[in-house]
Design a protein around this ligand. Sequence first.
Ligand code: DAH
Length: 339
Amino acid sequence: MLDKISALQQEIETATASSIDEVEALRIKYISKKGKVNQLFADFKNVPNEQKKEVGKALNELKNCALEKINTLRDSFETKGSEDAGTDLTMPGEPLKLGSRHPLSLVKNEIISIFGRLGFTVAEGPEIEDDWHVFSALNFPPEHPARDMQDTFFIEKDPDVLLRTHTSSVQTRVMEHTQPPIRSIFPGRVFRNEAISARSHCIFHQIEGLYVDENVSFADLKQTLLYFSKELFGENTKIRLRPSYFPFTEPSAEMDVSCSICGGKGCNVCKYTGWLEILGCGMVDPNVLESCKIDSQKYTGFAFGMGIERITMLRYGIKDIRHFFENDIRFLKQFESAI
Ligand code: DAH
């Protein structure tokens, strides 16, 4: 009996398998109910009593040895199998997901770059402002409706602490501290107490431009804006200036560009006029220059201001301003390739 056991043990130890199916066949052959190991266990009853202890021990060892062998063979195929199917070590790693620039930043940077080519530098000012920089220095009369609660967010009871309603406040700050020539643009966030809808928001972005020097004329303003519009919307873009009113410029105008969507033929974006209004502008009012201690006899200047949201919406055909502030990845992802 002991000889049979050791012969079977040797057989099992040297067994090999070249597939998981062969391992299963070995399992059936050796350790299933009718397998060779169990057959020996069945013979155990015939072993004489004095040998039972020794034979029993040997049988148990044989069983453990067989179980271990089958498990080892099976493990070798299972790990091999998963490596083959799942891990190709020659494959490049999964790339990290990169963020992309926000469409407002893309357009802002493009505008900065266009004016940069004309020699305009960039300056910024605070979002929390006082009445002087936002209104008084810019020639807003004391009763002007823009100062009203309806438009302006006041931070404290003190009406002199407010969120700027336009980036024109940075004009005041720059002119207070710099003598001409001044040629700068001022991008930034502005705040107005307006109902949120598809077309307007209480937070939005503007870019303000200011050019003050000797002999700056309306012709310079017009040519600068024409260059800007062609660079931003394409070589065939036309502009038109309509008379308007702003307290800080005289004369003042609003500028339209020919509709970049229908090329001026008329569509629902330009409301079938062929024109899109994109900015306000004008010659800096001498009162504003004087408020900022700039000699209005010697210097003249022009200024303009535009909303970045509006231009971005036109540029990319975005229909609802609220998309810009919702951080919806499905919206933002669309601008990945625009970097
Ligand atoms: N500040 C104006 C606004 O928020 C835009 C503007 C119009 C700025 C005319 C200017 C300008 O500098 O000359 O609506």
